[in-house]
Design a protein around this ligand. Sequence first.
Ligand SMILES: Nc1ncnc2c1ncn2[C@@H]1O[C@H](COP(=O)(O)OP(=O)(O)OP(=O)(O)O)[C@@H](O)[C@H]1O
Length: 246
Amino acid sequence: MNAVELRSMYFAYNEKLILENINLSVEKGEFLALIGPNGSGKSTLVKLVLGLLRPAQGQVFIFGTSVDRFREWHRLGYVPQRAAFDSHFPATVREVAATGRFGRVGLGHRLRQEDWKSVEEALEMVGLLSLQHRPLIELSGGQQQRAFIARALASSPDILILDEPQVGLDDRYAYDFYRLLQQLNKEQRITIIMVSHDVSVVGQMAKRIACLNRRLICQGSPRDILTPHNLNYIYGTEYSAVAGLH
Ligand SMILES: Nc1ncnc2c1ncn2[C@@H]1O[C@H](COP(=O)(O)OP(=O)(O)OP(=O)(O)O)[C@@H](O)[C@H]1O
């Protein structure tokens, strides 16, 4: 059974076609990177997988169940684009991470000891346990980013979806962060779908890459996909030169 499957999926905003005939399967335990130029529909595709948007045509399945009938949303952890965060949210790091647990226990229910244990484990994983009682607004941008990753991990998800998570992370944390993602994928078998522009990182980490530009223009192993020809097509010549792929 696939973790995620999109079948002949179309999506439009106000009659403007954004995604066209998308067929994409993500196997359980896979690490898939989604790349494509600005405005190519990557975040939109992610929102369709999360059930936040509904396709105009076609189907989305999560663990074999159509999104219309899927109820186990706590099995999906989501780290949205940084711009979507409200960094003035008046809460501590621990409280922010704990909000991720409510998908599992249900809103309005109290977190029990084992739930707090999962929250603390998530904070430990992202290296924020020692800062857990600090207000989020007192943290650096990179630390805030890690707090939101802890929130996604607090529900012990089977699928982790990250939309350009590296934006705002400085190099030191980016390295730890990518190591963490690999650990989660390899040791805990969490399926990862990551939207990223960082071609060199994607090439090292992802098992498979899908390139989007309204349609799915190619998918395959990093070796097959990250060719100068494809990168020129997706991003233009300068980009592939910067990425050192010539
Ligand atoms: N709420 C919305 N209403 C109307 N159009 C939208 C909306 N959100 C996104 N779009 C449009 O849909 C297209 C795809 O946007 P999307 O954010 O999915 O692209 P993306 O590949 O994630 O881009 P980026 O790399 O810049 O983050 C863009 O043309 C965008 O302007």
